[in-house]
Design a binder for this molecule. Structure first.
Ligand SMILES: [Zn+2]
Ligand SMILES: [Zn+2]
Length: 86
């Protein structure tokens, strides 16, 4: 088993390129910036437009700046359960 973060939750996923394994580079849906069924990342947490993601493939954890509002790309859209502002 990969050392997944305890906050990793299948119900909270985001689409972003993993800087470590770059597994989506040759994937057609990903390159078209569609929500790919294979290449997604766990959304561990987010603060503002900064997401903390973990790659289920290589277990790499990184911060991803989405720039919500600036780019409306599906690629950086969080699909389900944006934690919302408290
Ligand atoms: Zn990865
Ligand atoms: Zn893909």
């Amino acid at each position: 088993m990969l050392p997944l973060d305890p906050q990793a939750d299948l119900g909270r996923r985001a689409w972003a390129a993993c800087p470590k394994c770059d597994d989506a580079v040759a994937c057609a849906p990903c390159r078209e910036q569609r929500a790919c069924a294979e290449h997604w990342r766990y959304l561990l947490s987010n603060s503002g437009s900064l997401l903390h993601l973990q790659c289920p493939g290589c277990a790499h954890v990184w911060a991803h700046e989405t720039g919500f509002g600036a780019t409306r790309s599906l690629w950086s859209r969080v699909t389900s359960g944006l934690p919302g502002r408290r």
